[in-house]
Design a protein around this ligand. Sequence first.
Ligand SMILES: [Zn+2]
Length: 471
Amino acid sequence: MPKIPDEIVKRVIDRAKIEDVVGDFVTLRKAGVNLTGLCPFHDDKTDGNFIVRPSSIPEARHGNTYRCFVCDKKGGPVQFLMDHARLSFPDAIRWLGKKFNEPVDDIPLNYTPPPPRPAPPPLPVLEIPRSYVSRTMEITTERTVVFIYWLRGLPWDEDQRARLQQTLWMYCVGGWKDARVVFWQIDHQGIPRAAKLMKYLADGHRDKTQHPGWIYNQDGVRQKLDPEHHEIVKPLFGSHLLRAYPKAVVNIVESEKTAIIMANYYGNPDKQLWLACGGLKHLQLDSLQPLIDQGRTIWLWPDKDGRDAWQEVADKLGYDHCRVYTHFFDTCWTEADGDKADIADIAIRMMRTGDKPRKDTGDGQTPTEVPTAACSAPTPDTPHKPDNVTDDEWAEHLAIMKAIGDYDIIHPGDRPFNDIDEFADARLRMWREILRQRCNSKTDRLNERESKTSSGGRQRDAEREGVTEDV
Ligand SMILES: [Zn+2]
């Protein structure tokens, strides 16, 4: 039998992609940059031992190879075919040549495919204990509060300022021990699924030198939650509010920060909720499904550069009650905002100048319609007010509970509070104390400085200008 010329062998090997070769025999799923599946070389029952490093990874970093960490079988595309499909070297080259359209020779391939193996069982979906939510909400490192303090320093009107803390509570904004802000992604049934950790600077910008992290990847959490052996779903930020506000129209923006600012700006969650997908490219059809199931009216609010991409998502969705909403941007954006301005930037600028969003004149593009199917979600029971809580505190508490829809989702401490009175009391005390400690000292310092200078007002304005220049 004539030998296959070396240059043809090389050309075939260069074109072979391990993920496509193994993928013909083993059901693979993504695991970070790698792929995993059940090892075809031993009686594998657990997904995660057999790793495929796809061809997109450089060779120096073991790209285009597979390896089993139990039976230690490893190699590239040719080795896989020789070991698994029991092909000779020339037949492995012929097999690859056929698959990757690289002509080899006219000799027919001597090959009987091995019997198919069963697909691995589906992984359980990661569910994060609710106690983690409450723990992050107790963490108030300096940097976390810097973000919250920046939010408080925005030019809110009196009502908006008064409800800001409640808004943060509604959205379960927490902190991490290294000073990052924690944005929880709790699904529409109230189950925490993920949390994004981001560091913010004192000017309200995200620290772009650091990539956002995920809570299940953090030291100490990773070992407990074992994300490697779970499917990870990432609901829209704010999804847990859907339950408490069954009639609200759902507005979706890119960033978590924008969702919070807009939610607090309008302060009417009964009518409109603000959810965030986490970025221009993160608007997924999957994450919109619960909204469609509830028959919600969905308005997508892309930033300036995201219109086409989000229109494409809306088209693909093919759902009558989902539209891309550009009226706000079109009527409120000015040259001075700049090309990079996002929705939050414009809202902040308008708060400062006192401009109001221009009324939509009823061209059929106003986010007001709510289909009746949206009203079927259950409303949580109203508990009794404990004696030791004032009317104001109780009103605040009820508002938060209404938002969260489930009081055991947040509890200060390691154990759940089975008793609602105990919970209400502990929560209120905790937040009073945190706010007093963290914010008063700074507010006092600012006030002091303001009263010392005759142009205090102007100075404060200038400070605000300075910190929000290019949000
Ligand atoms: Zn193996």
